[in-house]
Write a new protein. Structure first.
Length: 101
């Protein structure tokens, strides 16, 4: 899902793809305006860097952000405690925020 949204955001920013034409978004919550598109691309870049730092933390953040899973569901997938997932997501969000700033 993340790749689809990233490709969609990139296509919006390209003039040769009809950036001035009618815009149809896949998820209006994630791509509601032009500012969100640039933030989304920045988020994608930061996530790619986080994957290199800690793949599991990045994947957990993707599951929460793009798939919409809650902390308990993520904990079940990784066979971890809820508290561990909370801690890793907190780190991931702080790291992404710092990277995007």
């Amino acid at each position: 899902m993340r790749r689809i949204l990233v490709d969609h955001a990139r296509s919006i920013s390209r003039l040769k793809r009809g950036a001035n034409g009618m815009k149809v978004t896949l998820n209006t919550e994630l791509l509601s305006n032009k500012q969100d598109v640039s933030q989304f691309l920045s988020l994608n870049s930061a996530l790619e860097k986080l994957v290199k730092l800690d793949n599991r933390k990045a994947k957990m953040l993707e599951l929460e952000t793009f798939v919409g899973l809650n902390i308990k569901q993520i904990a079940e997938i990784y066979a971890l405690s809820v508290r561990t997932v909370e801690r890793e997501l907190k780190f991931s969000k702080a790291w992404i925020y710092k990277e995007m700033a």
